[in-house]
Ligand binder design. Structure first.
Ligand SMILES: N[C@@H](CCC(=O)N[C@@H](CS)C(=O)NCC(=O)O)C(=O)O
Length: 219
């Protein structure tokens, strides 16, 4: 049976997993759950019908089922796929870089969500963008002349970082201005042969970035 990736019908935490799977050429089912109804009483029943019946130790989405492997937690999934498809760090130096980027990605994602889902989003927007540009300075210096965040090896964190750069650029196209190596990195990932083909296909989910209750990116 083909592996199953399960997540909401939006980009969110699921998208880096989808991009990695596209790059690795995996045939899988992208099971997408819809939130129904209207704010504030969204109906999660489509997901809840599956949530406790999938054999997951920690029922959550995203999840990934690959034969006997049944896992949730974005990073557990990305690391599993990284090992399985040759997208894991190899040397100690690569491990350190990947661990750092993984943790930075988690911090960036947390700030994205807490801002985009905040009822006061419009007032937070300007500072949020400024702070992200400061983070881009650090990311750009860290990436330097390397092709990928681990160095010269493509790893699972590149799909995480690609997605974060992409969604922030969607919110504010200027965020990457002046960071030529981040722009080149963003182009490099979306130009990977299978990723580029995926993005052109009707399997690719371009929108929404967030859930419908978000003040930005949800509708
Ligand atoms: N730490 C988890 C967080 C997952 C999470 O918060 N999932 C949200 C969507 S982004 C959800 O709706 N989970 C379903 C649930 O809690 O029932 C991960 O990284 O995968």
């Amino acid at each position: 049976m083909a592996p199953v990736h399960g997540y909401w019908n939006l980009r969110g935490y699921g998208q880096p997993i989808r991009l990695l799977l596209a790059h690795a050429g995996v045939e899988y089912e992208d099971r997408r759950y819809n939130l129904k109804g209207e704010a504030p009483n969204y109906d999660r029943s489509e997901w809840l019908a599956d949530k406790f019946n999938l054999g997951l130790d920690f029922p959550n989405c995203p999840y990934y089922i690959d034969g006997d492997v049944k896992i949730s937690q974005t990073f557990a999934i990305l690391k599993y796929l990284g090992r399985k498809y040759g997208l894991a760090p190899k040397t100690e130096a690569e491990h350190i870089r990947v661990d750092l980027i993984e943790a930075e990605a988690m911090d960036i994602r947390t700030k994205w969500s807490s801002t985009c889902y905040n009822p006061d989003f419009e007032n937070l927007r300007e500072d949020f963008i400024k702070n992200f540009i400061n983070k881009c300075k650090e990311l750009s210096a860290f990436l330097g002349k390397h092709k990928y965040f681990a160095g010269e090896t493509l790893t699972y964190v590149d799909f995480l970082m690609y997605e974060l750069l992409d969604i922030h650029s969607t919110l504010e196209p200027k965020v990457l201005e002046g960071f030529d190596n981040l722009i080149a990195f963003h182009d490099r990932i979306r130009s990977l042969e299978n990723v580029a083909a995926y993005m052109k296909s009707d399997k690719f989910l371009k929108w929404p970035l967030n859930g419908p209750m978000a003040k930005y990116g949800g509708k």
